[in-house]
Design a protein around this ligand. Structure first.
Ligand SMILES: NC(=O)c1ccc[n+]([C@@H]2O[C@H](COP(=O)([O-])OP(=O)(O)OC[C@H]3O[C@@H](n4cnc5c(N)ncnc54)[C@H](O)[C@@H]3O)[C@@H](O)[C@H]2O)c1
Ligand SMILES: Nc1nc(=O)c(N)c(NC[C@H](O)[C@H](O)[C@H](O)COP(=O)(O)O)[nH]1
Length: 220
């Protein structure tokens, strides 16, 4: 399964502000590019930090892209996936509505009543790992479901873990013309940070979009 990480960061590398509120870094053309990338993916994943901060819907905006998927005998929207070790996704989160199928990846540490609540809300639960979601195992389960391309939209904790586990194949990052600042504001890759054996990227393409730049890297 190909894992494509896509995010938008400010010129100083932040995904949002220290308040962890959603900030529009992309312009209209980059949001449209993101919609197209969703449309070409079997599943779109975020971490529960992003669900709690942004309440994203993760569906396709463009009706023509939905129709094109239906013409290919696919669901109108890709499957939605949340990495959520302790099953904290609220049952009224937009990601759990019936617009698309949603998988919630949890760990053994998730409370039973939270798992039952999410199942009652229609989510498909995948359990992998003791305290945290074991991403290698959980993504293998998704691959066995027949998913060929997984798009990951963030946030910084999840993106770091995917690089740490060697699971990311490609990184697409839009760099927008803003400075956000703040030592506690989320960055593209947070987590514990690497001190050696830094993942190496190969720059595949550079494109000017809106008032910013899209960088496409493959992961070596
Ligand atoms: N600009 C962008 O492109 C963009 C995209 C997404 C999110 N964001 C922003 O990022 C912030 C949220 O990011 P975040 O880093 O706080 O949260 P996150 O979305 O990365 O979620 C982190 C959570 O995922 C869960 N998780 C389960 N298994 C995990 C694992 N193996 N490794 C890591 N996490 C695992 C944990 O519960 C963890 O707390 C928000 O402010 C949001 O607005 C911005
Ligand atoms: N590409 C991109 N540019 C941005 O400027 C920005 N803030 C995000 N943020 C990604 C995050 O995951 C958002 O929560 C979803 O983009 C919301 O998705 P919906 O529209 O609700 O489907 N992503």
């Amino acid at each position: 399964m190909r894992v494509v990480v896509n995010a938008a960061m400010s010129a100083d590398g932040k995904l949002s502000s220290k308040r962890r509120e959603q900030i529009a870094i992309s312009g209209p053309d980059d949001f449209d590019r993101m919609d197209a990338l969703r449309a070409g993916s079997d599943a779109v994943m975020v971490g529960v930090g992003t669900v709690l901060a942004d309440d994203p819907h993760l569906t396709l905006d463009d009706p023509e892209r939905q129709a094109a998927r239906r013409d290919r005998d696919e669901s109108a929207h890709p499957v939605r996936v949340v990495a959520d070790s302790r099953a904290r996704t609220p049952t009224d989160a937009r990601i759990l509505d019936d617009a698309a199928t949603t998988y919630v990846l949890v760990s053994e540490s998730a409370p039973t009543e939270r798992i039952e609540a999410l199942e009652s809300s229609g989510a498909r639960l995948v359990t992998a790992g003791d305290e945290r979601v074991a991403l290698t195992d959980a993504l293998s389960t998704l691959e066995r479901e027949g998913f060929d391309q997984l798009m990951v939209e963030g946030g910084g904790e999840l993106i770091f873990s995917l690089f740490e586990a060697g699971l990311a194949d490609e990184l697409r990052v839009f760099v927008g013309p803003k400075i956000i600042g703040g030592r506690d504001a989320p960055t593209l890759a947070d987590g514990e940070g690497f001190v050696s054996e830094f993942p190496e990227l190969e720059l595949a393409d550079v494109e000017r979009i809106d008032d910013g730049v899209l960088l496409r890297y493959s992961v070596e």
